[in-house]
Structures are given as structure tokens and as C-alpha cells.
Design a protein around this ligand. Structure first.
Ligand SMILES: Nc1ncnc2c1ncn2[C@@H]1O[C@H](COP(=O)(O)OP(=O)(O)O)[C@@H](O)[C@H]1O
Ligand SMILES: [Mg+2]
Length: 291
């Protein structure tokens, strides 16, 4: 049983009231879909709340796709708070700060991780990177679109929150994986992220991954709650990509600086991750159904 996100008490229905009022005003055109990377399969992993497991999912997804023969570029888009380098146990010589300062080109900062995954590393602890001006972010997006053409798949690990950096990098993915746990705050913030992506970036195809859940049924319940609210108040239907259970193998892998599909391939988390990847491969791009 997931105690969370009750109608009438949380952000969704409150926004729903505002939306109901807004719907009496003259209809406005929905925003045009922000331009995603379209030369490679581009998957943005995002959330509203931090600490839900985006970086772990991104790193393990990248390794799993690479093992299946895909050439994978992994972008650390948590610009001011790098973490993928630690998750993958690599030591970048330069990072995105050097690119933004014009000292390095994007391809010059790439670090190779396990299974040949290419990482574009972010910078640890840089406020100016966390709050990148629009024109610099646009330049970075343009460079990424160009680099993406060299890969089968690009995975974008965004920061948390609904700020311009996070939303901008999330919308760069042609597919968006929205990560949430069963916690009320995580669910509410996931809804907030779905709303901003839909209303600001014209995104209507979003897939949910429930992470750190107790069992498959709990994962499905998390999805149903989030999807119910999104359908009611945003008129978009979220897809369910699956869940990864809470598993002690994950924090152990984090401590070792190795993705769990490498350090604990038979763990519950790794097996669940493989199921998610199978679904990602079999089901292709989400359709973005309107409720
Ligand atoms: N499936 C899981 N089971 C147990 N712990 C997890 C799981 N996924 C993530 N974690 C823990 O949550 C922490 C935060 O994960 P992280 O991927 O860094 O979150 P985010 O990128 O969303 O901020 C990790 O350090 C890890 O210990
Ligand atoms: Mg992260």
C-alpha cells in the first residue's frame, strides 16, 4: 500500500483547479515540442526529486545497452554536481566546464567507461554550471546534437528539480524516463516535472520507472497513482516501463564505484534493470497517448 498523493491534498488537484479555471479562458496553443536529439536514440532520465536513483539507472542502462551491441554516449547533465564519473569509477581529465569556457571541444572530454560506454562528464560543485545561461545551454545542446550522430544511443542523466537546466536537458531526449520512488514527495515532484515538461516543452510521451520499491506490485501502484493524476490534470497518459526494487547491492555498488549490473549481475536490481532494458528495446519509442 502506497500512502501518498491523495486527491484534494496535493499539488495535482490544486493545479487541476487552476487548470479548470484556465480552461474557461480562450484556448491557448500547446507549446511546440522542444527539439530533441533526432540522429540517435536519445533517452533522458529525469525526476522531480533528487536522490531517487536517476544516476544509477542511467549508468546501468548505458552498460546494459552497450552489452547488447549499442554504441552508447552517456551525458552527465547534472551540470554543477557531477556524479556519473563516480558511479562508473572513471577519472575525467576535463569536464563540461572546459567546453563551456571554450577550452575543449565536447569530443575531447569524453572518458571511456566499462563496456566501451562513452561518458561526457559534468563538473563537481560548480554553481555557475548549475545555473547556465540560456545561450550557453543552447550552444551545448547544439554541440551534443552533432556528437550524438556518432552513436546508436544517447542517455542523458539530468539533475533534479524543475529548473531550466533540468527541463532543457530532459527535453533533449526524444524519450523521457521519469523516475520516482513510492514516497509522497517523490511522486508529487514527479508529477510537477511531468507538468512542466508537458506545458513548457510540449512533451506528451513520458515513461515511468518506479525505483527502490518493495515489490513489483508496489511499482505498479506507484505508476498507477502518478498516471491517474497526469491523465486527469494534464490529459496525457504516462507509459509504464517497469520498476527496480530496493536492493542492498545498489548502495554497495555505489561505494565500490561500479554499476550494479557489473558488480552484482545476479542481484534483484540487475535482473529488474534487464527487464526494463528488454522492454525499452522491444517497445521502441513511446507514443504519447492523450487521455
Ligand atoms: N534500487 C535501489 N536500491 C537501493 N538503493 C538505491 C537504488 N537506487 C538508488 N539507490 C540509492 O540511492 C542513492 C541515490 O541514487 P542516485 O542515482 O544518485 O539518485 P539521483 O541521481 O536521482 O539523485 C544511491 O546512492 C543509491 O545508494
Ligand atoms: Mg544524479
Amino acid at each position: 500500500m502506497v500512502h501518498t498523493f491523495r486527491a484534494g491534498h496535493d499539488q495535482g488537484p490544486v493545479d487541476g483547479l487552476r487548470l479548470a479555471r484556465a480552461s474557461q479562458a480562450p484556448a491557448r496553443h500547446p507549446p511546440r515540442r522542444a527539439r530533441a536529439i533526432d540522429t540517435a536514440r536519445s533517452i533522458a532520465v529525469t525526476s522531480g526529486k533528487g536522490g531517487v536513483g536517476k544516476t544509477q539507472l542511467s549508468a546501468n542502462l548505458a552498460i546494459s545497452l552497450a552489452r547488447r551491441g549499442q554504441s552508447v554516449l552517456l551525458l552527465d547533465a547534472d551540470l554543477g554536481l557531477a556524479s556519473l564519473d563516480l558511479a562508473l569509477g572513471v577519472h575525467p581529465g576535463h569536464d563540461l566546464l572546459a567546453v563551456v569556457r571554450g577550452q575543449r571541444r565536447l569530443h575531447e572530454i569524453i572518458v571511456e567507461a566499462a563496456e566501451g560506454v562513452h561518458l561526457v562528464p559534468a563538473c563537481p560543485g560548480r554553481y555557475d554550471m548549475a545555473d547556465l545561461p540560456n545561450d550557453e545551454r543552447e550552444q551545448l545542446h547544439a554541440a551534443l546534437r552533432e556528437l550524438a550522430a556518432e552513436y546508436d544511443c544517447v542517455i542523458i542523466d539530468t539533475g533534479a528539480g524543475i529548473g531550466a537546466n533540468t527541463v532543457g536537458f530532459a527535453a533533449l531526449g526524444s524519450e523521457i524516463l521519469l523516475v520516482t520512488t513510492a514516497e509522497p514527495t517523490s511522486l508529487r515532484d514527479a508529477y510537477a516535472m511531468a507538468k512542466v515538461l508537458h506545458k513548457r516543452a510540449g512533451v506528451d510521451a513520458i515513461r515511468v520507472i518506479a525505483n527502490q520499491v518493495s515489490c513489483e506490485a508496489a511499482g505498479l501502484e506507484v505508476y498507477e497513482r502518478l498516471s491517474g493524476i497526469a491523465c486527469r490534470f494534464l490529459s496525457i497518459e504516462l507509459d509504464y516501463l517497469g520498476c527496480v526494487p530496493w536492493d542492498a547491492a545498489v548502495p554497495r555498488a555505489v561505494t565500490q564505484g561500479r554499476p550494479y549490473v557489473v558488480s552484482a549481475p545476479h542481484s534483484k536490481a540487475s535482473r529488474a534493470l534487464e527487464t526494463v532494458v528488454n522492454k525499452l528495446i522491444t517497445h521502441g519509442v513511446s507514443s504519447g497517448v492523450v487521455c
